[in-house]
Design a protein around this ligand. Structure first.
Ligand code: GCW
Length: 829
């Protein structure tokens, strides 16, 4: 007979193993793949591990389950305590009822206390919530500290969220694709239905709750009509059920034309009584299925979506019709201010997309129902690498507002480049619009009247955001929405400790890399306020500088032979600057006051214009691209220093990503530098731009089978040309006639979809190293040779002497023609 203690222990292990096996079988995608890892830190915990709840509510039970699970894992599987020491969870009311004599302070919604008490006989940690969801937030807060190795034996914490709306938006389509998502397919939908397996959704809800996110808008703002059909709503109710235990409320994007498209009415005029009635009935149907439904998100009169303008109605008319239907159920309308004309006249020097949100919404201030929240992107254009803060945050004083930011890295490297966005968001949150004398920081504006922060997440089935380090952005979004006073560095550190390691050297390096990543990306993709110089009408990924111009999309930078930048001043430009308060306008109206990093957003200047430190604009463009690419290369070295200190799989995964990024940063650098060199005719004072002495262009090689092509845009290939193979195999050969020495040879090739082409490099007919052949097996946008898919492979340490034959052999596959651009001999340092 086993002693009861041992028996319990064994039973517990069997239980845990079952949970683990079960979890592995059913939920391939887990929160542990993100930051909820709860690694054993090699020491015993500083808190009791027996967990008890005072109440029975779903959320309090979730809090207890999360705590037990986290504590068990953090203590390396050692059994949880049975003795008198305890972590006790309850709401304020429950705590007061338990101990009428103690003074439990009143707490607001979602506010919690964590207090350690040391009696004579027992130790106790109380987690007290202003509501039951707050007990869950308190549980996660305690675990967050413990997972970082912080001593919680004397815990004394009181926290409340800065703003009530803390939502993620998903741009998932019913077919399971995700607009601007870079991590595979939807965890919510497939083939027109809600997925049967919602295991990943539950895990996602855990992740969201752990950082205080309380809402999830599950479908794309485009293509939304189908989501209001009865069959789909049944499925949405299943999603809501799965997220409910974590306090994450579900909301839906709606198409304003739904009364016609789904309801069969002859109109969707928001002021038509039949339309109003249709919405009220539809909303009642939703609440009968989902009693805690959060509300609607609306994209209307924007980028081809239908809207109230078709009936001469305003956004307020449309928003208020939805708001009236939702109000009896306490639901809200997030009406997006992303409304603009994408057929603007680019020849008109006064036309300016940046003006649109303010021009349309400012006059409507005071006309919105109380449960309408205007949702505004953080900048006036569209999630560019840098923009000024949207003036609309200062332009609505009587209306609730939410700020929309992007976690999915649409214009910031699509998760293939490391770009930690917290520093950008923090700058916006701290920006003071100086309306009527001040104290109008964005974080204050959005925190009042039921507003908040929305993060467009792009979560998918591939490890949530595909790149492990990209998850720092989701984490940081939640942390900043909870507490905008946290610094990006603090957030990076706590994320790293929980996710990667508590080893101080690792924390220091990863934090440094995260903090350097946004400025680095900016400096090689679009500095000085040029915005991301990417393919505006296509992928939004690689360089394509002219794609911003000569079309109605309005992301113009107005680069020509003499100068660059968009004049948005009141004096001579589009008068966008006049949308800011006088205090802020005086910063941007003059070139002298405008910070260099936004100069070209606000002003059109000659290339010879001197920045604040005396450097010319053109020289800054050259220098910044070389510096940025060098920084990207440095990330490889920084990461290599972590070898042996972190999980080997993570090490290898991220190393490959950083190597790729370093190569793609060179594509960006060369494209922009070549472009502005040709356009301005002004050489780089350091002689780098346009001079690539170590490069052998494919088009100059002795070609067998390969054909020379023009690449479009020309700046995306070295010399504007590349070679492509029409047959089953082709080759390009050069006779080396430089100095003898040892080289790393970079091969710049185009990795196209629809096949896995093969490449091999040989010297005098022999493979010089074991890494000299490879497959082009990555997945990039754009089906032809382009900056989106231009990729660098480095074959290391090859001895060359004059007269050697260096050859590239390409073997096409399917639609991938083994195209390449050049090779470059990099002397081994
Ligand atoms: O950033 C742009 C994207 C669109 C997106 C739109 C929006 C959902 O390129 O894909 O559509 O913004 O925010 O509505």
């Amino acid at each position: 007979m086993l002693r009861p203690g041992i028996r319990q222990y064994l039973l517990r292990i069997i239980f845990m193993m079952t949970v683990i096996i079960y979890a592995h079988n059913t939920v391939a995608q887990t929160a542990a793949q993100a930051w909820l890892k709860y690694r054993f830190l090699g020491k015993s915990l500083t808190v009791p591990t027996r967990v008890s709840t005072l109440g029975q509510s779903l959320l309090e039970q979730s809090a207890a389950i999360e705590l037990r699970r986290g504590l068990l894992s953090l203590s390396g599987g050692a059994p949880l305590e049975q003795g008198p020491n305890i972590i006790l969870l309850g709401t304020v009311q429950e705590m007061r009822a338990r101990e009428p004599k103690t003074t439990v302070p009143s707490l607001g919604p979602d506010e919690f206390l964590i207090t350690a008490r040391h009696g004579d006989l027992a130790r106790e940690i109380d987690i007290v919530g202003g509501n039951d969801r707050a007990t869950l937030y308190g549980a996660f807060a305690l675990l967050r500290k413990l997972a970082q190795g912080i001593d919680m034996s004397k815990a004394d914490i009181r926290e409340r969220p800065a703003m009530p709306i803390r939502w993620v938006d998903e741009w998932d389509n019913a077919d399971g694709s995700i607009e601007r998502g870079y991590a595979g397919r939807s965890i919510f939908f497939d083939n027109g239905h809600v997925r049967d397996d919602l295991g990943p959704v539950a895990e996602y809800a855990r992740l969201l709750a752990s950082i205080g996110i309380n809402g999830c808008n599950v479908n794309n703002v485009n293509n939304a009509a189908v989501f209001l059909t009865p069959a789909m709503l049944e499925g949405i109710a299943r999603i809501a059920q799965v997220m409910r235990p974590y306090g994450v409320h579900v909301s839906l994007s709606v198409d304003i034309a739904s009364p016609q498209k789904v309801g069969g009415l002859s109109t969707y005029d928001p002021l038509d009584p039949a339309v109003k009635n249709w919405w009220a009935t539809k909303v009642n149907e939703i609440y009968s299925l989902i009693p805690d439904f959060a509300g609607f998100t609306v994209k209307a009169d924007s980028e081809g979506q239908p809207g109230p303008a078709s009936f001469g109605r305003t956004p307020a008319d449309a928003a208020n019709t939805l708001a009236a239907a939702l109000a009896p159920h306490s639901g809200v309308v997030l009406y997006r201010a992303f409304v603009y004309n994408h057929h603007a006249d680019w020849r008109d020097p006064k036309a300016d997309r940046a003006r649109a949100a303010y021009d349309i919404f400012h006059p409507l201030d005071g006309k919105f129902a109380p449960n309408v929240i205007i949702q505004t992107k953080e900048g006036p254009i569209d999630f560019q690498v840098r923009e000024p803060v949207s003036p609309l945050f200062g332009g609505l004083t009587q209306t609730s507002q939410a700020m929309e930011v992007q976690i999915t890295q649409e214009y910031t490297g699509q998760q293939r480049h490391l770009v930690y966005l917290a520093p950008m968001w923090k700058q916006v949150l701290d920006f003071d619009l100086r309306v009527d004398g001040g104290n109008t920081q964005v974080q204050k504006v959005i925190a009042r009247k039921g507003g908040g922060m929305i993060g467009v997440a792009g979560i998918g089935q591939q490890a949530w955001l595909a790149s492990p380090l990209a998850l720092a952005n989701l984490y940081a979004f939640g942390r900043l929405a909870w507490n905008p006073d946290l610094t990006p560095g603090q957030i990076a550190e706590e994320w790293t400790r929980q996710t990667i390691s508590t080893d101080p050297a690792v924390v220091r390096t990863v934090t440094k890399m995260l903090i350097q990543s946004w400025p680095a990306y900016e400096s090689y993709t679009g500095p000085l306020g040029l915005q991301t110089l990417t393919d505006i009408t296509g992928s939004h990924y690689g360089p394509n500088i002219e794609s911003s111009e000569n079309n109605g999309w309005g992301q113009w930078h107005r680069a020509d032979h003499d100068g660059v930048g968009m004049d948005r001043t009141v004096a001579t430009g589009t008068a966008y600057v006049g949308q800011y308060s006088p205090d802020v306008a005086q910063i941007y109206e003059s070139t002298a006051n405008t910070p260099d990093d936004l100069l070209l957003f606000f002003h059109h200047v000659p290339y010879t214009w001197k920045l604040h430190d005396g450097k010319t604009v053109i020289q800054y463009l050259y220098d910044s691209h070389y510096q940025g690419a060098a920084q990207a290369a440095q990330f490889v070295g920084d990461w290599e220093a972590l070898k042996g200190r972190i999980d080997p799989e993570l090490y290898a995964d991220m190393l490959a990503r950083f190597q790729y990024q370093a190569g793609h940063a060179i594509v960006w650098r060369d494209a922009i530098v070549q472009y502005f060199l040709r356009l301005s005719g002004i050489p780089d004072a350091q002689g780098r731009a346009g001079h690539y002495p170590n490069r052998l262009e494919a088009e100059t090689a002795d070609l067998t089978g390969y054909k020379v092509i023009d690449v479009s845009p020309w700046e995306d290939a070295s010399g504007g040309k590349a070679v492509t193979c029409g047959g089953t195999s082709c080759s390009a050969a050069w006779t080396y006639n430089g100095q003898p020495g040892r080289f790393n040879i970079a091969v710049q090739y185009f990795d196209l979809q629809g096949g896995v082409a093969k490449f091999a490099l040989s010297v005098n007919g022999q493979p010089p190293t074991s890494d000299a052949s490879w497959s082009a097996d990555a997945t990039f946008p754009t089906p032809r040779p382009h900056g989106d898919n231009s990729t660098r492979r480095i074959v290391h340490d090859i001895s060359l002497k004059p007269g050697d034959t260096v050859r590239i052999e390409g073997t096409p596959d399917g639609k991938d023609p083994a195209a390449f651009d050049y090779i470059e001999m990099l002397p081994v340092p």
